[in-house]
Design a protein around this ligand. Structure first.
Ligand SMILES: *Cc1c(COP(=O)(O)O)cnc(C)c1O
Length: 362
């Protein structure tokens, strides 16, 4: 890694593989012999149409997306989908079931209330765990069941896909999309914004079961209309061409890493290293999350004395370990270790955590 680069633990926008940035930089002035930057290229041009088709196919290959599902390249971030989900999927029964496990699922539910009824399936007293299924209160008449696979702020992740029967399952995977393989066929709709795990802000990918497309409420804005976007192959208006291109470079990088199975193994090793450091610190560091709901992507932790936090952060920054301050609602620290964070980066962090502890425990 080039020495001027920070080891960036930001929750998002987040670290991007250096080789991807280098490739983009090399192609900046003249992409693919077009004599122009990709930013300057018409989205209706042949070369761009070929590019987006290749990128879509790469995603289909990486995730083994079945024929039953359609990939959409959308905009407006994950927030736009908080509205897009009820607008497109609530029509059936006018009601959505929401599993609340953190800030993002709660925000999505509050948005859905504008368009119909919502039912809270479960909500822990504190957002530090996934409540067990025995405590869930699923409706019998919901149009869909919604959850957030990885709650980025407090670092709570579902260990596996919840079983909700025949009701379409909808998932916000913004902060762990492509971090491990998953069975797309189990979902009515999965979506993720790009700036956490596959690139830059401006792109949101949704994968929607085809038979659920075409049920949008009559006042759905055209930009959020799955049917319109699907018919136009995500080219209804100008898509975020550069963000799509960067996502494509990251899909290439993922394939070079050996695909999602391999990435999942590395991600597991990375988070284990950091959780072990926390758990073996004799209470010097603590994770506020229940062990079986701990996120592999976002690791919040605190140290024994709150007054040491700024010193800790300054010391980390001197080693180029940056963006480790906890979310403003949580405090402490948070290490986001998306796909592009290397194992070596996590090792540097853990060594620093141990060194800092030693200076205080002398
Ligand atoms: C970051 C994030 C969001 C918000 O994303 P925007 O693109 O800023 O709207 C929503 N959900 C999850 C799980 C996130 O990590």
């Amino acid at each position: 890694m080039s020495s001027e680069r920070s080891i960036n633990f930001s929750a998002g926008p987040a670290i991007i593989p250096e080789s991807v940035l280098q490739k983009a930089s090399k192609e900046m002035l003249n992409w693919n012999n077009t004599g122009m930057s990709l930013m300057e290229l018409s989205h209706r041009s042949g070369p761009f149409k070929e590019l987006i088709a290749k990128i879509e196919q790469d995603l289909i290959d990486l995730l083994k997306i079945p024929e039953t599902h359609k990939v959409l390249f959308l905009q407006g971030g994950a927030h736009f989908m908080f509205s897009g989900v009820p607008l497109n999927l609530m029509g059936e029964n006018g009601k959505g079931d929401y599993i609340l496990t953190g800030n993002w699922s709660t925000r999505a539910m509050n948005e859905a209330k504008k368009y119909g009824k919502v039912n809270v399936v479960c909500k822990p007293d504190e957002f530090n765990k996934i409540p067990p299924k025995e405590e869930w209160n699923l409706s019998t008449d919901a149009s869909y069941v919604y959850y957030c696979d990885n709650e980025t702020v407090k670092g709570v992740e579902f260990p596996d896909i919840p079983d909700v029967g025949d009701v379409p399952l909808v998932c916000d995977m913004s902060s762990n999309f492509l971090s491990r393989p998953f069975d797309v066929s189990k979902f009515g709709c999965v979506y993720a914004c790009a700036q956490k795990n596959f690139g830059m802000a401006g792109l949101t990918i949704a994968i929607v079961r085809k038979d659920l497309i075409g049920k949008q409420l009559p006042y759905t804005p055209m930009m959020l209309d799955f049917e319109l976007q699907a018919k136009a192959n995500s080219m209804f208006n100008t898509p975020s061409t550069y963000a799509i291109y960067i996502a494509g470079l990251i899909f290439d990088w993922l394939k070079e890493q050996g695909g999602l199975e391999e990435i999942a193994k590395i991600n597991l090793k990375k988070c284990k290293l950091i959780y072990d450091a926390i758990d073996n610190s004799n209470g010097f560091y603590k994770s506020p999350v229940e062990i079986k709901s701990r996120s592999r992507m976002n690791i919040p932790f605190v140290c024994k004395n709150k007054e040491w936090e700024s010193e800790w952060l300054e010391g980390a920054a001197k080693l180029k370990l940056v963006s480790l301050k906890g979310h403003r609602s949580v405090g402490g620290f948070r290490a986001s270790i998306y796909n592009a964070m290397s194992y070596e980066g996590c090792e540097k962090l853990v060594n620093y955590m141990i060194d800092f502890m030693k200076t205080k425990e002398k």
